[in-house]
Design a protein around this ligand. Structure first.
Ligand SMILES: [Zn+2]
Length: 135
C-alpha cells in the first residue's frame, strides 16, 4: 500500500524545530512522533484499534453470535442470563434451532473464557513467584 505521509514542523521551546508525522489513517491526522508499521501504517492509536479488531478470538465471535441470537429472540442480553421463552409469532422449529445455536455459541464462549482465565491465573502466579524471588 502506498500513500503520502505528511510532515509538520513545530518550534521547540529550546529553539530549533522538530518534525512530526501526521497520521495517514483516514479521519485521524494526529500529529505524532512515531508511526507504526505492519498491516497498516498509522499512529499508535489507530494501529491499536486495527490490531484489536483483527484479533477477535473464536470465543469472542461465539459470544457475539450468541448475543445476536438473544437479541433476535428478545432475551435479556448477556449469556450469563437465563434463556428466555419463544417470541410470539415464531415457529417452534425456528425457536429450537436458534436456541440450539445459541447454546452451542454460549458454550464455546464459556470454554474460551475459562481457558483464558486459566492462562491468566497461571501467568499471575508466575508473576507472583518472580516478585517473591526478587524480594
Ligand atoms: Zn492515527
Amino acid at each position: 500500500m502506498e500513500y503520502p505521509v505528511y510532515l509538520e514542523w513545530t518550534n521547540c521551546s529550546l529553539g530549533g524545530r522538530r518534525p512530526w508525522f501526521l497520521c495517514p489513517a483516514q479521519g485521524c491526522g494526529r500529529r505524532v512522533a512515531v508511526l507504526f508499521g505492519g498491516s497498516i501504517f498509522a499512529c499508535r492509536h489507530c494501529h491499536k484499534l486495527a490490531y484489536e479488531c483483527q484479533r477477535e478470538t473464536d470465543d469472542d465471535r461465539a459470544l457475539r453470535r450468541a448475543g445476536s441470537i438473544r437479541r433476535r429472540l428478545g432475551w435479556q442480553a448477556g449469556i450469563a442470563n437465563p434463556t428466555g421463552d419463544k417470541p410470539k409469532g415464531m415457529h417452534w422449529r425456528t425457536f429450537w434451532r436458534l436456541k440450539a445455536e445459541h447454546d452451542a455459541f454460549a458454550n464455546a464462549s464459556w470454554a474460551g473464557m475459562a481457558e483464558r482465565l486459566g492462562l491468566l491465573s497461571r501467568r499471575l502466579s508466575g508473576i507472583e513467584c518472580n516478585l517473591n524471588g526478587d524480594g
